[in-house]
Each structure stands twice: as C-alpha cells, then as structure tokens.
Write a protein of this length. Structure first.
Length: 418
C-alpha cells in the first residue's frame, strides 16, 4: 500500500529518480538505519509502471557505519547497492565535490535519522584541474533543493507514522496491564498470587526470570520461596545420599535475609525502583539476597527491582515485598514491538530511584540483553502499585479462610507454606 512506509520509500526513490534524471547520474541508493523502518521494508512481488523493480521486492544489502550502526541499502533498479560514501549518520548531509550527495531523512533537529538518500554522479574534470563540484558536473541547484524537500517531507510522514505505531503499541500494553491486574486479583492465596505474577510478568516484560521477595513485618526480613524438585535416580546412592534424605517433589523452601542486604533490601528501606543495566556494576548487589550469579556472562544481565506497597486512601501503607525482573530477552529482528523499542530516541527523566534515562543503543551496555526502556519502567512502576494492593487483598482472603494468621503481612511465612 502506498501509505505504508515501504510504499512511501518506493515513491521517494521513484520521485528522486525522475527529479535527478540525467545521463551522468549513476545510481540512487536508500540506506535505512532505523530498526522500525527496516522491519517495515517487507518483500512482495511488485513493479512500477515502467517495469522497474520496486523497493517492495528489493533484497537489502547490509552495511556497517562507524560505531557498528547497521544500515540496509535499497535500489529501485534491482542492482546491488554500493557502500555508503558517508562514515556515519552524524556526517550527513554530504554535498559538494566528490561526485556524491547524501541527504538524511530526519524530521527535525534532535530527531533520529531514519534513513539516507545517496546520489552518485559520474565525475568529469578538465586537464590540470581536479574533480568539479557536484552542482556543476551533475545536479543543478534546483534539483538539489527538490531532493532535500523530498527527503524532508518523507521523513516527516515516516516520523508521524512511527509515533502512531508507538501509541498503538502502548495502548496494547496498557490493555495487557489491565488483564494482569484482573488475573492477580483472582488469586486465593499467596502461593497462587506469586505463581500468577511470575508467569504474567515474564511474558509482559519479555524477561528470563521474575523473582518475588515477601516482607515479614514481624521480623523485618525478606522471604523468598523456591520449589526443589527431585527425580529419583539410581545414582543417588552413589553420591552417599539415601532416598529418604532427599527433598520431596514440589516442596517449597523459604529463604530469609535482612533488608540490609542486596538491591532488594535497598528497595524496601529506600522505597525506590532500581534499574541496573549490568548487575555487576552495582556495589550493592548480593548473590544471596538478589538471587543472581555474578560469574561470567551471568553478571552481565540487567535488572529492574522495586517495592510492592499497598497504599490506602487513609494515607496508610503496607510493604508487601519486592518484585525483580531479570535479564530482558532479545526480541527477534522482525518483532514489531522490538523494532519500535530499538528505534526510540533518547528519553528524558526516569522512574523513581533510577538514573537518567538513556536511549536504547546507549543502554545496551552488556550486549547480551535488550535494555529496559522508559516505557518498561513506567509500566513496572504502575504494576508495583497494582500488585501491592492485589497481594494485600489476597492476604486478607487467605486469612479470612482460616489458612493463616496475623494482620497485614504479619505471619507471611505461614501463608507461604500452604
């Protein structure tokens, strides 16, 4: 469809070719740098009215600019694209001598460069003189202005389209967030609540692990649960273990630690959200309290952690525990949401207790995880509030059924061993 990004870029190449149509114009190449725009350049069999292969059916050629920035090159004539004549996106626009002109597709100052249009022109020179300027040897001034106007117009339309897609993605995640709220409020006990939160948040945030630590008001400690399963094997006795001494299948084990330990402890007494781009970079990380392994690759993962607090209309509040998101997984290159996340420009501000927000490329410190985006932080902060109230309701339901004792989060250990 012509209104789709790939149709718009096909039209851009077609119009640029007509505008710069001269014998000495060797080629028009479009270099797409934005991840979202690259994901929109799908393939389909199509050709324009002149029988020229369109950008819809072109196979991209991949090049790398300085700073390991990936660009995908497209030509409307089906010829293999040449390497870009510019070193990086920051060097655009390129005009003047050298037989090449490269113009950025950028909606305005401070906005990201979505793509670049490169025009290469056959150079001629007189005896004793170097190459003439691009304007004298090839394109006229009016043609250059026309190409600049084409790129500026196309960039404005594409930027608006990307903003619309981002809003749609946020709305979709907001609806999913409401579904999570409904699911966790249906839990009948804390064990069920914990299981639901882990499953739903793993999918919502696309992380490898979700961990919950509950707060024991009586002892002012954090409690986390693990389920040790055991598959009885014949070689168990060879390790000096009797079958009767091994853990039973599905038995829940509780581990306690002080609120002075680890990032989870700081979440409790600072009442703040912590975003670690690399867990080894924090001097407060604790392998035991935070449930992580700092050796090798495991220490390069990222983490979001924050307190679940039930706040009531009368101004009172109860600390429920701490929620951790560990290792945001990489999304496939063709995943629409992942492409939008990678293409978002640097944001401003951050969730409570975090460092200033960084753009996705700057935040990809470890290289093994996708970064948590500002949008992730906002949804995480909102879910902490929802989960705090839902957990408090679950505790009250469980206590009313005679399955536990205490008030608020008192006696939480008894509520977790059912």
């Amino acid at each position: 469809h012509e209104l789709e990004p790939r149709g718009l870029l096909r039209g851009l190449l077609h119009s640029a070719a007509r505008l710069s149509e001269q014998d000495r114009v060797l080629g028009l190449t479009l270099y797409v740098a934005d991840p979202w725009l690259s994901s929109q350049m799908g393939e389909s069999s199509a050709s324009d009215g002149a029988g020229v292969v369109s950008s819809n059916s072109m196979k991209p050629t991949t090049f790398y600019l300085e700073g390991k920035v990936t660009v995908h090159a497209f030509r409307r004539d089906g010829v293999r694209a040449e390497a870009p004549r510019f070193a990086d996106l920051a060097s655009l626009p390129v005009t003047g001598a050298g037989g090449v002109m490269a113009l950025p597709l950028q909606a305005g100052p401070g906005r990201p460069v979505l793509a670049a249009l490169q025009v290469t022109i056959e150079q001629t020179s007189e005896a004793g003189q170097g190459p003439r300027s691009l304007h004298r040897d090839g394109l006229t001034a009016s043609q250059v202005i026309g190409l600049q106007l084409l790129c500026s117009t196309a960039a404005g339309i594409l930027d608006m389209r990307r903003r619309i897609e981002s809003v749609r993605a946020v709305r979709g995640r907001a609806r999913e967030c409401l579904s999570i709220a409904a699911e966790v409020n249906g839990a009948h006990n804390l064990c069920e609540f914990e299981a639901r939160v882990k499953v739903l948040c793993t999918k919502f945030f696309n992380v490898a692990n979700v961990r919950i630590c509950f707060y024991d008001e009586e002892k002012q400690e954090l409690i986390t649960t693990t389920i040790r399963s055991h598959r009885r094997e014949e070689n168990s006795k060879s390790h000096g273990q009797e079958a009767s001494s091994l853990a039973a299948v599905g038995r829940r084990h509780l581990t306690r630690f002080s609120t002075k330990d680890g990032i989870v402890g700081r979440c409790v007494w600072k009442q703040a959200v912590f975003h670690l781009e690399r867990i080894t970079a924090s001097p407060f990380i604790s392998e035991t309290a935070d449930g992580v392994d700092l050796n090798g690759r495991h220490g390069e993962i990222n983490m979001l952690a924050g307190p679940m607090v039930a706040r009531f209309a009368d101004g009172t509040a109860h600390i429920i525990g701490v929620l951790q998101l560990l290792e945001k997984r990489r999304r496939p290159p063709d995943d629409p949401l992942g492409a939008l996340e990678r293409s978002e420009p640097t944001g401003g501000g951050g969730a409570s207790g975090t460092s200033p927000r960084k753009g996705p490329e700057k935040a990809r410190a470890s290289g093994i995880c996708d970064p948590f985006t500002p949008e992730d932080e906002d949804f995480f902060a909102e879910l902490l509030r929802i989960l705090g109230l839902a957990a408090q309701r679950t505790v009250q339901v469980q206590q009313a059924g005679g399955m536990g004792a205490g008030r608020g989060m008192k006696g939480v250990e008894r509520l977790l061993v059912v």
